[in-house]
Design a protein around this ligand. Structure first.
Ligand SMILES: Nc1nc2c(c(=O)[nH]1)N[C@H]1C(S)=C(S)[C@@H](COP(=O)(O)OP(=O)(O)OC[C@H]3O[C@@H](n4cnc5c(=O)[nH]c(N)nc54)[C@H](O)[C@@H]3O)O[C@H]1N2
Ligand SMILES: Nc1nc2c(c(=O)[nH]1)N[C@H]1C(S)=C(S)[C@@H](COP(=O)(O)OP(=O)(O)OC[C@H]3O[C@@H](n4cnc5c(=O)[nH]c(N)nc54)[C@H](O)[C@@H]3O)O[C@H]1N2
Ligand code: SF4
Ligand SMILES: [Mo]
Length: 665
């Protein structure tokens, strides 16, 4: 007998789709789009559909494993939990709790995944990771400018005259926005795409701007120069609702349009045309994550924000500098779930520098790593250093669904459930503001257990079992407690399956910003409080454009997100993905005499990777792309080449700020 259930995509993605899942004989047999979901409307991508394959895969981890003499052997849960708890106690007594590092990312958008922090806080506080490989630089930048990072509601795009997609690979990473782009184009809205790669989104654009990677801030300055020359700025907004405009004017004096044209490799007419587009309000800007993964990434986002502000596109329907949508996550009572007040010790490393942190830590050294919802061996920059760091630690515990590169290095691997095997609610602070319900609809295979079950069992053994003596339902209610006054309860969510959270569809429409001054800040007071000077800057990437380094490594390496995988999560399930593909711009192919299929070695001082050439049509000169997420056994992660430097504001990555060269083999 087949039954269908409404559920949600748990993956780290802009869209957080609604699912209809078919179950037959206790197995998930099909994952489709839920047509009743207001945003995702029955359409999902292959990553969502393939959660069926991930759930039923014969490669799923089924039993706790322990490494003995270099080999994994199956052990009982009782033994695994006792030994890990014992180890944690020993660490706490000998070195203090911060000798343990919690390494994680955000592989699953479930609300209850936040309970990892409750566990570590109640334990006393471990070494934690701060910042974000993903969007850290941009979130911090918008926090300096606006006080937070908020996006317009998806349907507000129909109020725009122009839509600028600035460094977001919409067709591949944000499919429901792509559908809106196709629709607004039909009603005459002008679509502009700014990207060094002529991607599927660029193909439908009215205007495509190819730019040298890492130089978007300069483009924004150039457009602002033209905007002011043409008298198209919004003087009322600037005068009444901003601070620091004179600093911005002084900055623009420091560089000429001719210099900007040379740096960005963008034609002069484009600056003028984009000035008219920004001046012809409302213009909506969607900022992507690609262009802030540079050493100047925070400053880049701030300069684009400044352009949106100067042109008066803030707080109006059809406008906005849409990057993250933190209003969504802020709706939940995360404090009640995580109990931050229980932490008595703390130490932090940034996500980018976790390897260096591990290798250099003293007082106490890192003696144990617990990895959840992450695969640092493929996803964190400078893989060779990450590997060395993880290998240097006495005990590594990994909670996983599959034997990933990270799990391979572990001493204990604990098998976890997938989305269809546990109840949770799902949201993402990236695009729309619906929260979706996801019931447990099948039994986990083998002895796989939810992350929460593992935390609970460990907590009991470590003496704070009471803090975990709640059912999943009780925890979900805790997380939803702030929403009761808006009539949003777990019962209602279970009934309706998806509910719109009470967030603003047009953020900042009252011009009350969350900055220290209450205004939009071209010069940021918050940044000053943090020890920066807070001003916008003329600022270059660390590697791209660095002429000394370019003489040795002349090509910029981008490592964008794969079409058919969410990061590393699908390579092992799709044979067509199990090799390294090296995409090069046409000028590189000509210069090096390369054609599709040729085998080459790409390298820099950090590492090397071998793969097959694919020539990219119309990409910006001297640009290479290798999709991120590849596994060691299929050729290896591109992060052997990337840098672990932090962005200008300290909390983002510089994954795309990477120079390489290549050689035919
Ligand atoms: N298929 C798929 N979708 C995904 C994911 C996935 O792994 N696979 N991951 C999800 C997650 S976690 C995230 S964070 C989002 C990311 O979503 P996006 O922001 O779309 O992701 P990126 O792959 O980083 O690529 C963005 C674009 O930035 C461009 N770019 C790179 N450098 C520059 C630059 O200097 N200037 C400009 N203007 N453009 C530049 C790239 O060419 C690329 O087209 O996607 C989500 N969706
Ligand atoms: N070079 C380069 N590197 C990048 C990027 C890039 O564009 N280029 N993108 C960066 C970005 S945007 C991001 S968001 C990060 C993503 O980095 P990660 O989140 O580390 O990447 P994933 O491959 O999604 O790996 C997550 C792991 O978590 C496991 N997992 C899934 N669900 C659960 C669960 O419920 N519980 C547990 N315990 N485990 C689970 C999966 O099996 C998978 O192995 O990568 C970053 N790294
Ligand atoms: S990965 Fe993203 S687009 Fe695909 S089904 Fe999940 S939420 Fe939707
Ligand atoms: Mo991400």
């Amino acid at each position: 007998m087949a039954a269908t259930y409404q559920s949600s995509c748990p993956l780290n993605c802009w869209d957080t789709c609604g699912f209809t899942v078919t179950v037959e004989n206790g197995k998930v047999v099909k994952v489709e789009g839920d047509e009743s979901h207001p945003i995702t409307q029955g359409k999902i991508c292959s990553r969502g559909r393939m959660l069926e394959t991930r759930t039923n895969s014969r490669e799923r981890l089924l039993y706790p494993l322990k490494k003995v003499n270099g080999q994994f052997i199956r052990i009982a849960w009782e033994q695994a939990l006792n030994e890990i708890a014992e180890k944690m106690k020993e660490m706490k007594e000998k070195y203090g709790t911060t000798a343990i590092l919690h390494s994680h990312d955000y592989a699953n958008n479930g609300l209850l995944k936040n309970l990892d922090q409750r566990f570590f806080n109640c334990f006393g506080g471990v070494t934690e990771l701060t910042g974000s490989l993903c969007w850290g630089a941009g979130i911090e930048a918008q926090t300096w400018d606006f006080g937070s990072s908020y996006s317009h509601a998806p349907e507000d795009i129909y109020n725009s005259k122009n839509v600028v997609i600035w460094g977001r690979n919409v067709a591949r990473t944000n499919m429901h926005l792509f559908q809106h782009l196709q629709a607004v184009k039909k009603q005459g809205t002008k679509l502009i795409v700014i990207d060094p790669i002529f991607n599927q989104t660029a193909k439908i654009a009215d205007m495509y701007v190819s730019i040298k990677p890492g130089m978007d801030g300069f483009l924004a300055i150039g457009i602002m120069k033209e905007l002011l020359r043409l008298g198209l700025e919004d003087q009322t907004f600037i005068k009444n609702y901003t601070v620091g405009f004179e600093d911005l004017l002084a900055l623009m004096e420091q560089i000429t349009l001719d210099e900007i044209i040379e740096i960005t490799e963008v034609r002069r007419e484009v600056f003028t045309e984009l000035a008219y587009i920004y001046g012809n309000r409302p213009t909506m800007t969607y900022l992507g994550l690609g262009m802030q993964r540079y050493a100047n990434g925070g400053n880049t986002i701030r300069l684009i924000d400044a352009l949106v502000a100067v042109s008066g596109n803030i707080g109006i329907p059809g406008g906005g500098a849409n990057f993250g949508n933190l209003q969504v996550g802020q709706s939940f009572n995360i404090k009640a779930l995580t109990l931050p007040e229980r932490k008595t010790a703390s130490r932090t490393f940034t996500m980018m520098k976790q390897a260096e942190g591990i290798l250099q830590a003293k007082n106490p050294p890192i003696k144990m790593i617990i990895v959840t919802c992450g695969n640092p061996l493929t996803q964190v920059p400078n893989t060779n250093l990450v590997k060395k760091a993880f290998q240097s630690v006495e005990t590594v515990v990994v909670f996983e669904q599959f034997m990933t590169d990270t799990a391979e290095l572990a001493d204990y691997v604990l098998p976890t459930t997938t989305v269809f095997e546990e109840e949770d609610i799902y949201y993402s602070s990236m695009y729309h503001a619906y929260v979706n319900y996801g019931p447990a609809i099948v039994e986990p295979p083998g002895e796989a257990k939810s992350d929460l079950w593992i935390w609970t069992e460990l907590a009991k053994r470590l003496g704070f079992g009471d803090d975990f003596a709640y059912s999943r339902e009780e925890f979900l209610k805790m997380g939803l407690s702030h929403l009761e006054k808006h009539g949003i309860t777990l019962e209602k969510l279970k009934q309706e399956k998806h509910i719109l959270l009470p967030v603003k569809p047009v953020p900042w429409d009252d011009y009350q910003f969350k900055t220290p001054s209450g205004k939009y800040e071209f010069t940021s007071l918050l940044a000053r409080q943090k020890g920066f000077d807070g001003k916008l800057k003329i600022m270059y990437p660390a590697e791209v454009g660095n002429s000394k380094l370019e003489s040795k490594y002349p090509y910029t390496l981008l490592t964008i997100h794969p079409l058919r995988s969410n990061h590393s999560q699908y390579y092992h399930l799709l044979e067509s993905m199990q090799s390294v593909k090296i995409e090069v711009s046409e000028d590189i192919a000509i210069e090096k005499g390369l054609k599709d299929g040729d085998l080459v070695k790409v390298f820099n001082d950090r590492g090397e990777l071998i793969g097959n050439i694919k020539v990219m049509k119309k990409a910006h000169p001297k640009t290479i792309n290798i999709d991120e997420g590849q596994w060691q056994k299929f050729g290896g992660s591109v992060n052997v080449l990337t840098s672990d430097l932090e962005s200008d504001n300290g909390v983002g990555s510089t994954l795309y700020d990477c120079l390489v060269t290549l050689e035919k083999i």
